[in-house]
Design a protein around this ligand. Structure first.
Ligand code: FE2
Length: 260
């Protein structure tokens, strides 16, 4: 079972959590964010959708075919704030079949630098304490996403490792995943394979000489043991921290509630 526990304002997270992180590649820190903070972030995300989505080109974010990766708008969003759509938001004729606020898959990928609300949320002594506890020596925030997992159409995210897309040499990426709303099996919560990060990084999304991106299989010998799959059902305010090589996924959200 993945380690679950609380953050102590004086002591941070216990040594057993650091050990569990090394062993499993993932830990769950409950009640890390207050309901008021979650509400403020949610509110700001909705404002950004209203500001940005009407001008966006309608790029669909899909991990099933990675079509967004061929899109200039997606690439430019590394240093900006872009809005990406759910595939299920569009009808056969290409028209939106849900309101704009319910059509967006995610916002990304530099809110932590460009938006004051996200910037404040992304930094501070409590996050520093967690970063220290999981072995980050000189933490830098490199990417932020706000994922909506929209009711009814929130798309599946296939099993992957974040270091496939955020690569450093040596590997150093750690993901901080915050539940802005309750996440459970019904609305497409996170799932992952504890311990499988130790096998190493399987794929690398690498820039080719012609400028395109291609998924390369670095380690054909790696097979993930899907029998280890553990669903990480969590309450609003929970922080899930995971190693860049931790394989994780989420199912489509077919329920009537979102999973921000
Ligand atoms: Fe991921």
């Amino acid at each position: 079972m993945v380690w679950r526990g609380a953050f102590s304002e004086g002591r941070g997270i216990p040594a057993v959590a650091s050990e569990a992180f090394a062993r499993d590649g993932v830990i769950v820190i409950e009640d890390f964010v207050t309901p008021a903070q979650c509400a403020a972030l949610r509110q700001r995300a909705m404002e950004l959708v209203e500001e940005i989505a009407p001008q966006s080109p309608g790029t669909v974010f899909s991990t099933l075919d990675n079509r967004h990766a061929r899109d200039r708008y997606f690439e430019d969003s590394a240093n900006g704030i872009g809005a990406f759509f759910e595939e299920g938001a569009f009808a056969g004729d290409g028209a939106l079949q849900v309101p704009l606020a319910r059509a967006i898959n995610k916002l990304g990928h530099a809110m932590h630098d460009l938006d004051p609300v996200f910037s404040a949320f992304s930094r501070g002594p409590r996050l520093q304490a967690v970063a220290d506890a999981v072995g980050l020596v000189d933490p830098l925030v490199v990417q932020s996403m706000y994922i909506f997992k929209q009711p009814g159409i929130g798309g599946e995210v296939v099993c992957h490792q974040d270091s496939t897309f955020l690569y450093t040499d040596p590997e150093s990426v750690i993901g901080f995943w915050f539940a802005i709303e309750d996440a459970h099996r019904g609305n497409g919560c996170l799932g992952g394979l504890p311990g499988e990060h130790a096998k190493g990084l399987r794929d690398l999304n690498r820039r080719q000489r012609d400028g395109s991106l291609r998924m390369e299989r670095l380690r054909p010998d790696i097979e993930w043991d899907m029998s280890k799959l553990e669903w990480l059902e969590v309450k609003q305010g929970t922080l899930v921290v995971f190693n860049g090589a931790f394989p994780h996924l989420s199912e489509a959200n077919t329920s009537p509630e979102s999973r921000h």
